[in-house]
Ligand binder design. Structure first.
Ligand code: ATP
Length: 299
């Protein structure tokens, strides 16, 4: 288990991380979310020991993170750090050896990963000759070659097409099944929503929302009602508790403050014509994120 306890980081006088605490259990996928400059990379660097916290404590299974545990950690950095003049094979051997692995073991695992990511043909090609997406796959392989117990992924999906996003997600879920702790950052809420259970949202280094994704959604009282049919939009807009009424190409989306207003909307919809849909849904993580980040900027 990874434990971050009341961690603060100043760069000179600039406060980058502000009394941050969270835990990532074994077999858990944890999302560290925030806009640019929120403090995600700084937090990751402190976790892997590249930066010293100004105050607070970070432990992995109860022990401080130092050289004795780095073999158990895999890290995908945001600024992609491949040695582009090396071949894929040379690069992965380099990282594997750094993690204390034997060459034979590295090559076996490498072949499996190359096959899985459909890039076996690039094994002896120089990294600079690969496309960006394929370079990212190599970067991912270098982070996981040692089967890490703690996998840290800084923006793992940036620049990937949807097929590759899916491929990375499947690989990450497998590490979860094996009991690894996974912590990743992203600005893309739709990625987070798909597979992360717990999260923290950072604004200017401070946690503004944290916990289990399902519970966060439950506690955030707003709901969205999706309607298809001919209804009196004006009447719905003027109801108490209605935050907004948006019309998309297919449907009407009515945002309400809480579920106590569903019935009032329903009463108007019933009077409408050709109604084929009336569905009450939880807000998306993106909506929650935007409202939390917005509130903090204003407040
Ligand atoms: P992004 O999504 O853009 O990568 P981030 O959430 O990873 O952002 P950090 O890179 O951790 O954010 O930066 C947090 C804050 O600390 C920012 O205000 C940034 O300008 C500042 N900062 C980061 N690194 C340094 C540094 N080496 N020296 C001084 N300030 C820094």
């Amino acid at each position: 288990m990874l434990k971050v306890e009341d961690v603060t980081k100043y760069y000179d006088k600039h406060l980058a991380v502000d009394h941050l605490s969270f835990e990532v259990q074994d077999g858990e996928i944890f999302g560290l979310l925030g806009v640019n400059g929120a403090g995600k990379t700084t937090t990751f660097r402190m976790i892997i020991g590249l930066l010293e916290p100004t105050s607070g404590k970070i432990t992995l299974n109860g022990k401080p993170i130092d050289y004795s545990v780095t073999d158990e950690i895999g890290f995908l950095t945001e600024e992609r750090s491949l040695l582009t003049k090396l071949t894929v094979k040379e690069q992965i051997i380099y990282y594997g050896v750094l993690k204390g692995m034997k060459e034979e073991e590295i090559l076996k695992s490498l072949d499996e990963w190359l096959e899985r990511f459909h890039i076996t043909e690039y094994k002896d090609r120089k990294i600079k000759e690969l496309s960006k997406g394929n370079q990212q796959k190599v970067q991912f392989i270098s982070a996981v070659i040692n089967n890490p117990k703690l996998l840290i992924l800084d923006e793992p999906f940036s620049g990937l097409d949807p097929i590759n996003v899916e491929m990375f997600m499947d690989a990450i879920k497998e590490f979860k099944k094996r009991g690894s702790s996974i912590i990743f950052s992203s600005h893309r809420m739709e990625h987070v929503e798909l597979f992360c259970e717990k999260l923290v949202i950072l604004v200017k280094g401070k946690s503004v929302l944290s916990g289990n994704l399902k519970e966060i959604k439950k506690e955030y009282r707003r709901k969205n009602i999706h309607i298809i049919g001919n209804v009196d939009k004006e009447a719905i807009s003027s109801l108490k508790g209605v935050v907004s009424v948006e019309e998309t190409a297919e449907e009407l989306i009515v945002k309400i403050e809480s579920d106590e207003y569903i019935d009032d909307v329903f009463k108007i919809v019933k009077k409408g014509k050709d109604i084929t849909k009336f569905a009450v849904e939880d807000p998306t993580l993106n909506e929650i994120f935007l409202s939390k980040v917005g509130e903090s900027y204003e407040g």
